[in-house]
Design a protein around this ligand. Structure first.
Ligand code: GLV
Ligand code: GLV
Length: 326
């Protein structure tokens, strides 16, 4: 009999149909948000699951799902996985790197430009009927071209943003990362490695693209915001929790930095109420990888990971290497 798979959230129906050619599939076409208990109950008899970032896979869930062998995340980030618990239990995890890199880098750049040039703030003003005359400093923002771009987290997406900034907009690019890029990659990105404090002090625009881990929790809090230039902008397309949202709201309100662009939030889909009332922040609902072709590519890669795993070919894009599998 075919392995049993749960598709935990609604995804493209034709990709669910493709999974049905290989598996006995329980899907969630109505996109019900299950509690952890409801998810565990559905996984009790499943061999595999296609998750999104909104399902937590931890030791308790793995105990309640004794047949579960693989969790295929439809996201490049996988902080919803307790990877150590999965590896200890012999459960394979996979993610969707590469297919979303350029789309997500495009969005990071769009959010940077919208933030520096105050695009949503000015649109709200226009829509509210407040535009009655021109004035010399109306929505005057900061420049992108020729400015210094500081990137924290120089993986594939960070490199994509660096290339856009350096080659497209003549920006000076500095970066901070756990490890330095090779000289060849630094040259390709025209990027210079600096310490985190130097980056925060000298960048005109800071873009965050680090994975969320215990070590990257609140990479940007009150102390880091205080190091930034009062004219600087901050963009977070990484994960909620990389930034201390409460501290950021204070810094924006007090104009200790000029503006922020946020696609991810602590506790999303809730947003810190103070971020909703400060004008100098551009807010988007975690859509950096959301183009139709890229979301299809992510869903197909998650499906291909399940298919390759149960075919015995091994996962295509693993996030862990359990020494023995369930
Ligand atoms: C989206 O946030 C992802 O990790 O792919
Ligand atoms: C702006 O529209 C200008 O003409 O300078």
């Amino acid at each position: 009999s075919k392995p049993r798979i749960l598709v935990a959230r609604a995804i493209f129906p034709d990709i669910v149909d493709r999974l049905r050619e290989h598996f006995d599939v329980e899907a969630n076409p109505d996109d019900v948000i299950w509690t952890p208990q409801e998810l565990a109950a559905r996984l009790a008899d499943k061999d595999g699951v296609l998750t999104t970032g909104s399902q937590r896979i931890d030791g308790a869930l793995l105990s309640a799902a004794p047949r579960l062998k693989i969790c295929a995340n439809m996201a490049v980030g996988y902080n919803n996985f307790d990877v150590d618990a999965m590896t200890a239990a012999g459960v394979q995890g996979t993610n969707t790197p590469d297919v979303l890199t350029e789309t997500t880098a495009d969005f990071g750049f769009a959010l940077l430009m919208a933030t520096a040039r105050r695009m949503t703030e000015s649109e709200h003003y226009l829509r509210a009927g407040k535009w009655t005359k021109w004035s010399y400093d109306m929505f005057a923002g900061s420049d992108i071209h020729g400015s210094t771009l500081g990137i924290i987290g120089m993986g594939r997406i960070g490199q994509g943003i660096a290339k856009r900034g350096a080659h497209g907009f003549g920006m000076k690019v500095i970066y901070h990362n756990r490890s330095r890029l090779s000289p060849a990659l630094e040259a390709e990105c025209k990027a210079t490695y600096v310490g985190k404090e130097e980056l925060l002090r000298t960048a005109d625009h800071v873009v965050l693209v680090v994975p969320y881990t215990a070590a990257s929790h609140h990479t940007i809090g009150a102390a880091e915001l205080a190091l930034m230039k009062p004219t600087a902008t901050l963009v977070n397309i990484a994960r909620g929790g990389i930034v201390d949202d409460a501290a950021l709201a204070v810094a924006l309100r007090e104009r200790r930095i000029a503006a922020a662009g946020l696609d991810v939030f602590e506790g999303e889909p809730s947003v810190h109420p103070d971020l909703l009332t400060v004008p100098n922040v551009v807010l988007t609902p975690h859509i950096a990888s959301a183009t139709v072709p890229t979301r299809r590519a992510m869903a197909n890669l998650a499906a291909d990971n399940l298919i390759a795993f149960f075919d015995g070919r091994g996962p295509l894009t693993p996030v862990n290497q359990p020494s023995t599998l369930r």
